[in-house]
Design a protein around this ligand. Structure first.
Ligand SMILES: *[C@@H]1O[C@H](CO)[C@@H](O)[C@H](O)[C@H]1NC(C)=O
Ligand SMILES: *[C@@H]1O[C@H](CO)[C@@H](O)[C@H](O)[C@H]1NC(C)=O
Ligand SMILES: *[C@@H]1O[C@H](CO)[C@@H](O)[C@H](O)[C@H]1NC(C)=O
Length: 333
């Protein structure tokens, strides 16, 4: 990162069983203004016709549909985080409450800053978490159960947080906790701090022509009552996607009106479909939701690689960072 930027991190969790989002700020002192657009967009939202996946009754309930909207409260929050700065990038990392290890690894590698812990369990864990939040100031937590089927709520918590507490951000990245992330490449070769901030921009590893699994044997079974259509609109695969921060509010707003489904990435795709926001094609191969064998020169031109965690991520990162100024000869593919 060059001199004009300073980095800050923060992260977020939610509780019950915990969820957490962890944000990484790259503070860019530029002329970036996006707030006005948001109000315009929400006016547009009112005019839209009823979404296909709309709530039939104000209280649509299904055991496999994450309960939403619901006034989940922020139990741990960082409301001051963006008061005096306009982050260029906020990174939300979804981590399970008990997964201290991967938060650790992330803070020491590409998220270099803090650590925190969470668990489903008793008060002591909550105490520890609050302590962790005091120390690192990067945790957000809401009061819903952190279960597999509630994953979407974590992402929505992140959208809500950006909407309410960090509307001045330029871009947001949502990422899982077992990823290699090349922050420099993301900033300088995809987002470009020196160009005006894009709006309605959403990119990642795009999934097309998929649909809900209707067989109850699957872990990810989705009943028609929860999502009626046979296909999902295109969406960016969950492990890592990036969007302009103006979209956070639009997604948060539309999520108040439609049935939330347990697959967070497909759900965000449905929101974008309802909002008529198209996905942008990423640089070819830059977002990898599969594992790739580590190669320093190859990884320099990637944004994400899946299935890098723990010791492997630490070692990979150490090598990657140590060689950051080393020359790579252009490969021809
Ligand atoms: C972050 O990086 C700095 C500089 O390399 C290092 O001194 C610090 O210990 C790192 N922080 C963590 C949590 O690893
Ligand atoms: C999701 O969270 C809500 C609120 O904490 C909880 O009532 C519900 O049981 C959870 N759903 C699942 C499927 O775990
Ligand atoms: C669902 O199907 C209906 C009817 O074919 C179509 O109009 C609508 O656009 C679809 N919705 C999504 C989210 O794909």
């Amino acid at each position: 990162m060059n001199n004009r930027m300073r980095c800050r991190i923060f992260l977020t969790l939610s509780f019950g069983i915990l969820m957490f989002v962890f944000g990484f700020f790259v503070c860019y002192e530029g002329k970036i203004k996006i707030i006005n657009k948001w109000t315009q967009n929400s006016e547009k939202l009112q005019e839209r016709k009823k979404p296909v996946n709309n709530l039939i009754y104000p209280v649509f309930k299904h055991p496999l549909a994450p309960p939403y909207p619901f006034p989940y409260r922020f139990i741990i929050n960082q409301p001051e985080k963006c008061k005096n700065q306009k982050p260029f990038l906020v990174i939300m990392v979804l981590v399970q409450s008990q997964d201290l290890a991967s938060r650790h690894t992330i803070r020491e590698t590409w998220g270099n800053e803090s650590i925190y812990d969470v668990e489903i369990v008793p008060e002591r864990v909550q105490d520890m978490l609050e302590e962790e939040s005091r120390i690192f100031g990067d945790i957000i937590q809401q009061d819903f159960m952190d279960t597999y089927y509630n994953l979407t709520l974590k992402t929505l918590m992140g959208m809500e947080w950006v909407t309410k507490f960090c509307p001045s951000a330029s871009y947001v990245m949502k990422i899982d906790n077992d990823m290699f992330l090349n922050v420099n490449y993301l900033i300088h070769n995809l987002l470009y701090p020196n160009i005006p901030v894009r709006t309605n921009y959403f990119t990642g590893d795009i999934a097309k022509n998929t649909g809900p699994l209707r067989d109850k044997a699957y872990k990810w079974y989705v009943p028609p009552e929860v999502y009626p259509n046979d296909t999902y609109p295109p969406y960016c695969k969950g492990p890592g996607y990036v969007f302009s921060a103006d979209i956070a509010k639009n997604i948060y707003d539309i999520a108040q009106e439609i049935r939330v489904i347990p697959m967070e990435d497909s759900f965000i795709g449905i929101c974008l479909y309802e909002l008529h926001i198209p996905l942008s094609e990423p640089p070819r191969g830059a977002f990898n939701t599969n594992r790739l064998h580590y190669d320093h020169c190859k990884f320099r031109k990637l944004i994400t690689v899946h299935h890098y965690g723990g010791k492997v991520l630490r070692n990979t990162w150490a090598d990657f960072w140590a060689k950051k100024s080393q020359k790579c000869t252009e490969s021809r593919n």
